[in-house]
Design a protein around this ligand. Structure first.
Ligand code: RP5
Length: 162
């Protein structure tokens, strides 16, 4: 079994359609990961033990997504030195601006690498994790370069009529 290097955690089952986009990127690049529901509010003990054990278990990046009063990424960053990439999940009431503000304004000492709100942020979280791991993994670096080149190549020179 491959070592699990990335943990994808989220506050609720309802975050999974967004957070799955991070998982899709990791799948595309052949990066092993686990996915867990870890709520800062509803399962604080689970959050605590996940953060306490993360480095010892060999996790190298934690992607944490939450919406609304989105304390999960920041609380996780306070509990582990493993880099935390935060994804503000889009909310119905406030369009995810609440999530963004909850995640991005960390005090000095406990950073969260905060992505964009919603789908783009989740995909970019997968790519950010890949970039971090690629620093120590030449095969992955090659795959990530190819992924980026393919994206660039898919952009047409000129706009088309509908
Ligand atoms: C947060 O509350 C979760 O991250 C989710 O985005 C939001 C709503 O959760 P549910 O009420 O859908 O479970 O904790």
């Amino acid at each position: 079994m491959m070592d699990i290097k990335v943990g994808i955690i989220m506050g609720s089952q309802s975050d999974w359609p967004t957070m799955k986009l991070a998982a899709d990127i990791l799948d595309e690049l052949g990066i092993s990961y686990e996915k867990k529901i870890v709520s800062a509010h509803r399962t604080p003990d689970r959050l605590w033990s996940y953060g306490k054990e993360a480095a010892g278990r060999g996790l190298q990046v934690i992607i944490a997504g939450a919406g609304g009063a989105a304390h999960l990424p920041g609380m996780m960053a306070s509990k582990t030195r493993v880099p935390v990439v935060g994804v503000p999940v889009q909310t119905r009431a406030l369009s995810g601006v609440d999530s963004l503000y909850s995640i991005v304004q960390m005090p000095k000492g406990f950073p969260v690498a905060t992505m964009a709100i919603g789908a783009a942020g989740a995909s970019n979280a997968g790519l950010m994790a890949a970039g971090i791991l690629a620093l120590q993994d030449p095969d992955l670096a090659e795959k990530l370069d190819a992924w980026r080149d393919a994206l660039s190549a898919s952009i047409p020179d000129e706009p088309q009529d509908d």
